[in-house]
Design a protein around this ligand. Structure first.
Ligand SMILES: CC(C)(COP(=O)(O)OP(=O)(O)OC[C@H]1O[C@@H](n2cnc3c(N)ncnc32)[C@H](O)[C@@H]1OP(=O)(O)O)[C@@H](O)C(=O)NCCC(=O)NCCS
Length: 159
């Protein structure tokens, strides 16, 4: 494709209210539910960037650094941070807001690899990205290192 677009083009924000049905017997949200939200917002950011369909190729390890409970609000932010030929690395940050106190804390952050696909599900080429803010620049510049690390892990994996 050859062209590049600003990271801001893919930036996506979502707000979720945690309902009792999203929580386990400790009354905190299921990790799998947070993963679903991460997958969805990463797909939206990648679809915006690539102007079409995408599939999830991989999700980097996800560490849950704090819990969230029914009635809390989850704020999710996603942005495409680097690209390959057809793959896009999407950074997702999840914070939890206690509506009553206004306190906000990090729940988790992760990188998701989305691949742009055509009507037959075959990988298709995507545009590159360029950063516009200092935070975006840090994410952009460290992208190649993470890509190399993932490739190394795949080579070491069971397949
Ligand atoms: C992801 C998928 C499209 C890759 O197709 P493929 O025929 O293996 O194509 P390629 O080997 O050319 O890989 C395409 C790109 O995906 C990347 N990729 C594939 N698997 C990856 C993985 N596990 N982790 C990171 N990147 C991956 C490749 O590095 C390549 O990137 P690039 O084009 O930017 O260089 C294909 O494996 C697929 O459809 N998987 C199922 C996706 C799905 O259904 N997800 C929902 C959950 S089940």
């Amino acid at each position: 494709m050859g062209n590049t677009v600003p990271m801001g083009h893919s930036r996506t924000h979502q707000t979720r209210l945690i309902m009792p049905s999203d929580t386990n017997h400790h009354k905190s949200i299921f990790g799998g539910q947070v993963l679903r939200y991460i997958d969805e917002i990463a797909a939206l950011a990648a679809m915006k960037h690539s102007n079409g369909e995408v599939v999830t190729a991989s999700i980097d390890s996800v560490d849950f650094v704090s819990s969230a409970y029914a009635g809390d609000v989850l704020e999710l932010d996603a942005v495409v941070t680097s690209t390959g030929r057809s793959s896009m690395e999407v950074y997702v940050r999840v914070t939890c807001l206690d509506i009553k106190s206004g306190a906000e804390r990090l729940t988790t952050e992760s990188f998701v690899i989305m691949v742009a696909v055509d009507e037959e599900g075959k990988p298709r080429e995507v545009a590159g990205v360029y950063p516009e803010t200092e935070t975006d620049r840090r994410l952009f510049e460290t992208g190649p290192m993470r890509r190399e690390y993932r490739q190394m892990k795949r080579q070491m994996g069971p397949r």
